[in-house]
Structure formats: structure tokens, C-alpha cells
Design a protein around this ligand. Structure first.
Ligand code: ATP
Length: 245
């Protein structure tokens, strides 16, 4: 059993009167890809927001439970402190700065990251190697990129901070199958370079191919969790989440 780099325990999160998560416990193993599956409104984005400390930007809050990253407790920390600890989120819908250039979007990813200029240049070189299009388009406005390229930019921006754990919210959403497959390859590559990944996906088939462990959220609780290959083989998961009759 691989040690968990992130431990979520009995987590509860609310948006005012709306309970989005109730007693959610998840382990994210060190060095692996972990998938979080579930239908609309199941609480997947909320889980990522709780981890990245961004609940209050959405009018919500973590109201019970704990999140621990290595030895550090993340619950109660600011988003900047969580980035500095090595946990960086790529939000749903990319959220690139459309009027800024690609290069400036990437530079924005350095805010709050540790390390000096040398480290920043190394990060940029790594991002350009993973996504050559971001070097080609460095001086274009981000808003002119295609959806897939914007997803690459959002991932590149997150990688500038050299995360130990990357949180990805629906990276394949709205992308053509070929582009989704390219993004999947890149997630595999990022993981192979040593970054743990927590991946939220509606596309369960894609997520289960990438992940070694997975959990399924249903109305704010964990319905099933375990080995991704076993989940992919389970009749119930196939019927309910993979659309197999
Ligand atoms: P989706 O794939 O549709 O984004 P999800 O699994 O990510 O779904 P969440 O977005 O985490 O689900 O939503 C969980 C619950 O919290 C839902 O009932 C949703 O309506 C509610 N919720 C989410 N964001 C907010 C918000 N900003 N204000 C109020 N309620 C919210």
C-alpha cells in the first residue's frame, strides 16, 4: 500500500444552507493519479475547492473534518499558503486570463510559488516542453486560444508553481475526443515526472484509464472507492457511470 500524500477525513462543506459534502474521506496516494467520479452536483468540484482553500470564493465553507497534506494540515489555511505547501488547482472551465498574453498567464502561475528566477525559468522550460504550443503562442492573447489550448495553458500555469499535488477539475470538459486524449497523455506525463494528481472527471472511462485509485461521489458522500481497474470492471460502476448496459 502506497502512503497517502493527502488525507481527507470526515469532510463537511456547505454553501449556506446547502450541504455539498457530508463526512467525505478520501486518500490520495503519493505519486499516483486518483480519480473522483460522480454525476452533476455530486460534490466533485466542492471537494477540490475545499482542498485548495477556495470555498469562500464560491460562497461556501468547510464546516467540519480535516485535510492533511504530508505532515501539514491544510484546513483553515489560505489558498496562497496551500499553493506554497505544494497543492495547486486547475479550476473547472480553465479560467485563463483572456486579455493577457499566454506568457503573462504562465507568469501569473508563479505568484505564491517558492524559488527564485532560476527556478522560474526551469518551470517555464518544463511547461514549454510539455506544451510546445504555449511557446509558439507566447505573445498571443489567451482568449484567442482554442478550448484545448486554454486547458493546456491552465495546466501550464498551475505547473509553474511546481506542485507536488495537482488538482484537475474536468480537464476534458467540452473538448473533442482527440484533444481530450492529448490532455490525458499529458496528465500521464506530468504524473510520470513525479507529480501526484487528483482528477475530477465526468468522463469516467477516461479517468479510470488514467487513475490507479478512484472514488465515486454521490450527493456529497463517497458511494464507492477502490482500485481503478476493479471499479472499471464492476458491473454497477459500468452501468451507472460508464454507460454500459
Ligand atoms: P458538476 O459536475 O455539475 O460541477 P459537482 O460534482 O462538481 O458537479 P459541485 O459543484 O461540487 O458538484 O456541487 C455540489 C452541490 O453544491 C450541488 O448541490 C450544487 O448545487 C451546490 N453548489 C455548488 N456550488 C455552489 C455555490 N457556489 N453556491 C451554492 N451551491 C453550490
Amino acid at each position: 500500500m502506497v502512503a497517502a500524500v493527502l488525507q481527507v477525513r470526515e469532510l463537511r462543506a456547505d454553501y449556506g444552507p446547502v450541504r455539498a459534502l457530508a463526512a467525505v474521506s478520501v486518500d490520495v496516494p503519493q505519486g499516483a493519479v486518483t480519480a473522483v467520479l460522480g454525476g452533476n452536483g455530486a460534490g466533485k468540484s466542492t471537494l477540490l475547492r475545499a482542498i485548495s482553500g477556495t470555498m469562500r470564493f464560491h460562497g461556501g465553507a468547510v464546516t467540519a473534518g480535516s485535510i492533511t497534506f504530508g505532515e501539514q494540515r491544510l484546513t483553515g489555511r489560505t489558498p496562497a499558503q496551500i499553493v506554497a505547501a505544494g497543492v495547486v488547482q486547475v479550476p473547472e472551465g480553465r479560467q485563463v486570463f483572456a486579455r493577457m498574453t499566454v506568457a503573462d498567464n504562465l507568469r501569473a502561475g508563479l505568484l505564491g510559488a517558492a524559488g527564485g528566477r532560476g527556478a522560474a525559468q526551469k518551470s517555464l522550460a518544463r511547461v514549454h516542453e510539455l506544451f510546445p504550443v504555449l511557446a509558439d503562442r507566447a505573445h498571443q492573447r489567451a482568449g484567442l486560444l482554442s478550448g484545448g489550448e486554454q486547458q493546456m495553458l491552465a495546466m501550464g500555469r498551475a505547473l509553474m508553481a511546481r506542485p507536488k499535488l495537482l488538482l484537475l477539475d474536468e480537464p476534458s470538459l467540452g473538448l473533442a475526443p482527440m484533444m481530450a486524449a492529448r490532455i490525458a497523455d499529458t496528465i500521464r506525463e506530468i504524473n510520470a515526472q513525479g507529480t501526484s494528481v487528483l482528477l475530477v472527471e465526468q468522463n469516467a472511462a477516461l479517468a479510470l484509464r488514467l487513475a490507479s485509485t478512484a472514488c465515486v461521489l454521490e450527493t456529497g458522500t463517497v458511494a464507492v472507492a477502490g482500485d481503478a481497474a476493479e471499479l472499471a470492471a464492476s458491473d454497477e460502476v459500468r452501468r451507472r457511470y460508464l454507460g454500459v448496459a
